[in-house]
Design a protein around this ligand. Structure first.
Ligand code: UD1
Ligand code: UDP
Length: 385
């Protein structure tokens, strides 16, 4: 199993746990460390000690550098381990480059979170193309939803090579979200306990750097100034470009709490206690619906339409006035808010990693084809699990 960034680690952690306990497989974990601190937070939480650590992250690394370092570093690891299959996750540059490295050594590839598509090669950039390229190389595809499977079938992938598993992020969420959770950070415990309506914000997408994020941050400032009962918690991604934009935008703004990236347990429980989520992240679009939290997505397209159709996620883009008016409406119109705040689980039931193990066994001719994930009915207003 090879991964390198925070979201890959969160979503692969349940798979690592299952494969480590498996009677049939021997787990080997290699991290590229495309992210360093944000990866290490997740490894510590899930107590994963990688067998190999390429430690490639550099400040302000370019796509070229990540690609070259991962490829060079993995050659030796893959030659040494000679795995029967390499598992990659999602759509980062680690994902695509690992698949390429495995291909060069003719090692089969399993792709977790396969089949997400927007159809626009620059949105998200470079992830849409990364996942396409990984798919071309992949031998066994673990699609989180039936829609993702349909996308792979349209691209000519043989149906027997696809397993619909649900998204492993829901497995991870189940492990960390607890009712009555007390935050380890006193500042967060206080923010959560003061009765504010909390808006949880994250931003990092490359296509949003610069003017688009400027518009979003101005809208948020206007919201906070107009509503004394609203507070924003914004764990800022370590990317220096995002960091600098966020810090300068909110330098003098009351009730906007900028934090370091939060450990996953703190972050997920904060989401569970929020009023609303504003994000351009992929993972949050899957987690927040499971917790019954409305999500406004700061993008024009999404590869995760299931929760948009269920009504819990809305695409608002990055235009200042549009973001401002949409948040205003949710703050002022309880009927609209409660319509969106439906706990829906189109993405998983907490058993995705077990289905991935079963899918691998079937792929190697060692077990029956596992039952597919199908989403439970909407729980109609119930607040999370
Ligand atoms: C990467 C992925 C993106 C994924 C995102 C999740 C690519 C091209 N991008 O974007 O698909 O959605 O991770 O967060 O694969 N940094 C640190 N410490 C960290 C992490 C990052 O200092 O723990 C800083 C470094 O200066 C680094 C920069 O952030 O150079 C950018 O990291 P990088 O992985 O290149 O891009 P992300 O924007 O994080
Ligand atoms: N997350 C976290 N701490 C934070 C912000 C996010 O643990 O301070 C988690 C979040 O719950 C989700 C994942 O990180 O599981 C999303 O990562 P990110 O937004 O970096 O990447 P994306 O999902 O867009 O690829």
């Amino acid at each position: 199993m090879v991964f390198g960034t925070r979201p890959e680690a969160i979503k692969m952690a349940p798979v690592v746990q299952v494969i480590q306990k498996s009677d049939h497989f021997q787990a080997v974990v290699a991290v590229t460390a495309q992210h360093r601190e944000m990866l290490d937070q997740v490894l510590a939480l899930f107590r994963i000690s990688p067998d190999f650590d390429l430690d490639i992250m550099r400040d302000e690394q370019t796509l070229f550098e990540i690609t070259a370092r991962v490829l060079a570093g993995l050659e030796q690891v893959l030659r040494e381990v000679r795995p029967d299959v390499v598992l990659v996750h999602g759509d980062t540059t680690t994902t695509f480059t690992t698949a390429l490295a495995a291909f060069y050594l003719q090692i089969p590839v399993g792709h977790v979170e396969a089949g997400l598509r927007t159809g626009n090669k620059y949105a998200p950039f470079p992830e849409e193309v990364n996942r396409h390229l990984a798919a071309v190389i992949t031998d066994v595809h673990f699609a989180p939803t039936s829609r993702a499977r349909a996308a792979l079938l349209r691209e000519g992938v043989a149906p027997e090579r696809i397993f619909v598993t649900g998204n492993t992020v829901i497995d991870a969420l189940h492990q960390v979200v607890k009712p009555g959770y007390r935050f380890r950070s006193p500042a967060l415990q206080e923010a959560a306990g003061r009765g504010y309506r909390l808006i949880l914000v994250t931003t990092h997408r490359r296509e949003n750097w610069g003017a688009p994020l400027g518009g979003v941050y101005r809208a948020l400032k206007r919201i906070v100034l107009a509503h004394p009962d609203v507070a924003v918690v914004f764990p800022v991604h370590r990317n220096p470009i995002v960091h600098e934009l966020a810090l300068s935008a909110f330098a003098d703004c009351p009730r906007v709490c900028l934090t370091e990236p939060l450990p996953y347990g703190e972050f997920a429980n904060l989401m569970a206690q929020s009023f609303l989520v504003l994000t351009d992240s992929g993972g949050l679009q899957e987690e927040a619906p499971a917790l019954g939290k409305p999500v406004l997505v700061l993008r024009d397209v999404t590869e995760r339409p299931e929760a948009v159709e269920a009504g819990t996620v809305a695409l608002v883009g990055t235009d200042e006035d549009r973001v401002f008016t949409t948040v205003e409406k949710l703050l002022q119109e309880p009927v609209l808010y409660y319509k969106m705040a439906n706990a829906v689980n189109p993405y998983g039931d907490g058993r995705a990693a077990a289905r991935i193990e079963a899918g691998l066994l079937h792929y190697f001719g060692l077990g029956p084809r596992p039952e597919e994930f199908s989403p439970p009915e909407s729980s109609g207003g119930h607040k999370g699990f």
